[in-house]
Ligand binder design. Structure first.
Ligand code: ZN
Length: 119
């Protein structure tokens, strides 16, 4: 005769500990030395930064020599006051920007473009 004794281990539910009280205002002052000055990192003020895919218009259209007679084209790179728009705004590559500048100056000389806006 086999005597099988199945003893069911009673699950001792000892999970609810007494450590459940986290009262507000319990300032646990650890062993942290207060007064560690953070390096002055200013507030992140980088808001106006556009990362747009700008490809040089002339490169894409494979325009090698910029026609200085094409006023409409040039006007796209000249601000209202007659200033040449900087490259960072137009996205024109360095090479073409130089050619563009020359073209604009030529156009000015033959009075296609204004030198400056009048007041
Ligand atoms: Zn280009």
């Amino acid at each position: 005769m086999s005597d099988e004794t199945q003893v069911k281990a009673p699950e001792s539910g000892a999970s609810s500990g007494p450590a459940g009280q986290s009262g507000p205002g319990g300032h646990t002052g650890g062993g942290r030395p207060a007064g560690a000055p953070r390096p002055a990192g200013g507030p992140g003020g980088r808001g106006k930064f556009f990362r747009r895919k700008k490809v040089c218009k002339f490169c894409t259209e494979k325009i090698d020599a910029i026609p200085y007679r094409d006023v409409r084209l040039l006007q796209g790179f000249v601000a209202e006051r007659g200033k040449i728009v900087p490259r960072r705004l137009t996205g024109v590559c360095t090479t073409h920007q130089r050619r563009l500048t020359r073209a604009i100056k030529q156009a000015r000389n033959i009075a296609l473009l204004p030198f400056a806006a009048r007041h």
